[in-house]
Ligand binder design. Structure first.
Ligand code: IPE
Ligand code: IPE
Ligand code: MG
Ligand code: MG
Ligand code: MG
Length: 310
């Protein structure tokens, strides 16, 4: 059992800012250049990835890697972890482009800009999403060429594929659509959230630990912490759709009610949802206490995800 470790709000804010910048610079550098054929596809990919975004998933991955020993490694290995972290952001951005399509949530605003299909048309938005999805696997595989042991890379690819496919994120997106305009119970809602959002957030932490060869017990702690943080993240996303600000969020609020989505505020009310979010935060911190070393930045992350307003 690891004693609770503390990270000051200033230190955490500096950590977030520095890693946000690192991820943004790497994405800009590694994405296909906008003038390379087919230019329109590359413009469309870059448009959504470089539009901003909080970069929560790559920063969680980098934080877990640093927590289990990645921070002091050679620059070459840090580049490996950064590429894996950026792969998570590619996958996430693809999921947003497709989530916004008229056939899904039919949204016009994302990351403070018109959605991808509004600018590039539906065909290109679908294909840019497909290209980001496949490129994310390529970037994880690149870790082997950059010096990461092959068995580690295979382990990361396997858990990533599982998290984002039919048993994970895509399955969750289907359950989300099927639950529209229908009464569902709390267990069902939890399952939707676990898959559509929790799986990718969970695997971001797991891959950070796997990338630096953390022991299996610590990877398991990341799995448990990730499940709680994922749930926390989506409860807050649901809350912000009701209480948040469109300009600050960069996406239109009030969409869930209009689309008849099954959400925590609909099922539990605002106070009930906030209380469940706090429980999820406590669970995440409880899991972190079972890690083999103190992880103060991840503890601070749990608080940050509970308090976020964007
Ligand atoms: C929004 O994710 C979609 C959900 C899974 C709820 P984020 O809130 O992380 O979106 P960006 O990346 O900051 O734009
Ligand atoms: C999106 O959930 C989940 C995925 C993209 C996998 P939401 O539909 O709630 O996300 P927002 O609110 O549009 O960002
Ligand atoms: Mg959706
Ligand atoms: Mg949506
Ligand atoms: Mg939402």
């Amino acid at each position: 059992m690891t004693p609770a470790a503390v990270c000051s709000p200033e230190a955490f804010a500096a950590h977030l800012e520095a890693h946000h910048r690192l991820v943004d610079e790497a994405l800009r550098r590694w994405l296909p250049p906008p003038d390379e054929t087919p230019a329109r596809l590359h413009e469309s990919m870059r448009y959504s990835v470089l539009a901003g975004g909080k970069r929560i998933r790559p920063i969680l991955c980098l934080t877990a890697a640093a927590g289990f020993g990645g921070a002091g490694l050679a620059a070459r290995v840090d580049e490996v972890i950064l590429k894996i972290a950026c792969a998570l952001e590619l996958l996430h951005t693809y999921s947003l482009i497709h989530d916004d399509l008229p056939a899904l949530d039919n949204d016009d605003l994302r990351r403070g800009r018109p959605t991808n299909h509004k600018v590039f048309g539906e065909a290109l938005a679908i294909l840019a999403g497909d290209a980001l999805l496949t490129l994310s696997f390529q970037w994880i595989a690149d870790a082997a060429a950059l010096g990461s042991p092959a068995d580690r890379v295979v382990a990361m690819l396997a858990c990533f594929a599982r998290a984002v496919g039919h048993v994970g994120m895509i399955g969750g997106q289907v359950l989300d659509i099927e639950a529209e305009k229908r009464p569902i119970d709390l267990g069902h809602l939890r399952e939707i959230h676990r898959r559509k959002t929790g799986a990718l957030i969970g695997v971001s932490l797991e891959m950070g630990a796997l990338a630096v060869g953390a022991p299996a017990a610590d990877v398991q702690v990341m799995t448990e912490c990730g499940a709680a943080l994922g749930l926390l993240f989506q409860i807050v996303d649901d809350l912000l759709d009701v209480t948040g600000d469109t300009v600050a969020l960069g996406k239109e609020t009030g969409r869930d009610v209009r689309l008849g989505k099954a959400t925590y505020p609909v099922l539990m009310g605002l106070e009930g949802s906030r209380s469940l979010a706090r429980e999820a935060r406590d669970q995440a911190i409880g899991a972190l206490a079972r890690a083999s070393r103190p992880l103060p930045l991840l503890v601070a992350f749990a608080d940050h995800l509970l308090a976020r307003t964007t």
